[in-house]
Design a protein around this ligand. Structure first.
Ligand code: NAD
Length: 499
């Protein structure tokens, strides 16, 4: 297919199962809208339980077939080749993502490029997964462990960073020797199919990576399938809890990467230029559509007026526009639903007593009919304001004042979420004290929005269960078998148990 753009004729996608296209069993489709133009750009097959079953059976066959007999080194090498294929097609994948979710091309392209880092890292780990020999008290017995894959893994993803989040779950799953069935978000279904096609080109055997598209029901059919041994889910807290409850019923496992309402805390001794840039990037880069959005800014009273003034000035200057252009700083939000939600929460926050100092309005950009909103800043946001409590997933910043460290720790931790937190201070002791006291899976000191393939990432509290990135992510896709072997000739008394 050619390079995606805003003026394309609508494209039609079907599922990708066992290395090839699979049309929807009953022919039902859903449409996808380009958020920059507001026009339909693609249609996708809706997978029924039968389609999901076909994909899971294909993954199950591949799990017991070539993938299981292949050496771990070879598996890792194929993963790296896949990563290279994605990086080589980063412009195409990036443009496809922009057409789907309206995020900046620079970011979407970078995410496709760094998929190679993730696949190289996890591909490299594939032949370093080792069991151990256990020194038992019974010296005539050899006891060792085998680290084995779980089987078929369901990977269910959201729309904000589709390629990146897919690879974050799929890479450790494959490194461990599992096979996958991916269900991308209904907002951004195309890139997962293209990734699977590239995996085939890279030589990954058919059936190892399958993609079924559809709505929530398709995700539920994956969760309910008895051959799916684990679900790696990234999405909202409500869906995560529903999925965990179902998987718990049939004793299958899960990794949950869920929402956030992350605090960004600025102390008076911070480098204010850095803090200003960090608070801005935390919420307005990606139009706030990131799980790690620094959507609550707590600013010390002594610098409050100055920093709020600076943030408002910068927000007013943000260049809204076509996300395909390098000069654009904020594109549209991804869906009309998201736009309505953003506008509504700004109104709710004002009703709850906050002051809107800038933004929060729908704006028109050039001739585009899409979902553009001006970046919103609200001040004096109390702890019980709906804006302080709920994830927005849009460019809406809540600001509040604090006077001392204990107070701000309590404010920051007073949330059902615990995904990330930022702290801006030049006092090294205070920084590390805060890192210990904040209830969050990631704490950034004098930086924000930083992630790496080898550093664990995940949520405390309602923000999730388990970790992606780093070595532990592979361990979560493995199970341990203990093997016992009697080496001697002694014939045991069957009625006497020896310690
Ligand atoms: P969502 O929960 O609505 O949907 C995510 C995916 O799950 C979609 O593919 C959807 O079809 C599917 N789904 C929904 N309900 C399901 C169910 N009951 N059973 C099975 N599948 C189901 O989330 P979204 O709106 O696409 O994404 C935004 C959310 O994702 C935000 O809360 C954001 O914070 C979170 N997120 C978290 C991370 C992280 O790493 N922690 C990263 C990105 C996004």
């Amino acid at each position: 297919m050619g390079v995606p753009g805003h003026d394309d004729q609508p494209r039609r996608y079907v599922h990708f199962v066992e290395g090839g296209d699979r049309a929807a069993g009953h022919g039902h489709e859903f449409e996808s809208v380009n958020p920059t133009t507001g026009k339909i750009w693609g249609s996708f097959a809706i997978a029924t339980a039968d389609d999901v079953d076909a994909a899971v059976q294909a993954a199950h066959r591949a799990f017991h077939g070539e993938w299981s007999t292949m050496s771990a080194s070879r598996r890792g090498a194929l993963m790296t080749r896949w990563g290279q294929a994605i990086a080589d097609n980063a412009d195409f994948i990036g443009r496809l993502e922009v057409t789907q979710n309206g995020k900046l091309l620079a970011e979407m392209k970078l995410q496709a490029q760094i998929a190679l880092d993730w696949l190289r890292y996890y591909g490299g780990l594939a032949d370093k997964i080792e069991g151990s020999v256990i020194p038992l008290n019974q010296t005539s017995v050899l006891n060792y462990t085998l680290r084995e894959p779980l089987g078929v893994i369901g990977v269910i993803t959201p729309w904000n960073s589709p390629t990146f989040l897919t690879i974050m779950s799929v890479a450790p799953a494959l490194a461990a020797g599992n096979t996958v069935v991916i269900k991308p978000s209904e907002v951004t279904s195309a890139s997962a199919i293209e990734l699977a096609r590239l995996a085939k080109v890279a030589g990954i055997p058919d059936g190892v990576i399958n993609v079924v598209t559809g709505l929530r029901e398709t995700g539920e059919a994956i969760v309910d399938h008895p051959l799916v041994r684990k679900v790696a889910f990234t999405g909202s807290v409500g869906a995560g809890k529903a999925i965990a409850a179902k998987l718990g019923q049939r004793l299958a496992t899960y990794t949950l990467e869920l929402g956030g309402k992350s605090p960004n805390i600025v102390f008076p001794d911070a480098n204010l230029d850095q803090a200003e840039a960090g608070v801005l990037s935390g919420i307005f880069a990606a139009a706030g559509q990131t799980c790690i959005a620094g959507s609550r800014a707590y600013i010390h009273e002594s610098i409050y007026d100055e920093l709020v003034g600076r943030l408002a000035k910068r927000a007013k200057a943000i260049v809204l526009g076509d996300p395909l252009l390098a000069s654009t700083q904020m594109g549209p939000v991804a869906t009309s639903t998201q736009l309505s939600k953003d506008i509504a929460i700004v109104k709710d926050a004002q009703e709850d007593g906050a002051e809107l100092i800038y933004g929060g309005q729908r704006v028109s950009v050039s001739d585009f009919g899409g979902y553009f909103i001006s970046p919103a800043i609200l001040t004096g946001v109390s702890q019980d304001n709906r804006l302080m409590r709920n994830e927005v997933f849009g460019p809406v910043l809540a600001i509040a004042k604090f006077s001392d460290e204990d107070e701000v720790v309590n404010l920051a931790n007073d949330s059902p979420f615990g995904l990330a937190a930022g702290v801006w201070t030049n006092d090294i002791r205070r920084g590390h004290r805060m890192a210990r006291r904040l209830q969050a899976g990631t704490v950034w000191l004098n930086t924000y929005r930083a992630l790496a393939f080898n550093s664990p990432f995940g949520g405390y509290k309602d923000s999730g269960v388990g970790r992606v990135n780093g070595i532990d992510a592979v361990n979560s896709f493995l199970q341990t078998k203990s093997v016992w072997c009697e080496l001697g000739d002694e014939v045991r008394d069957p009625f006497v148990l020896k310690a």
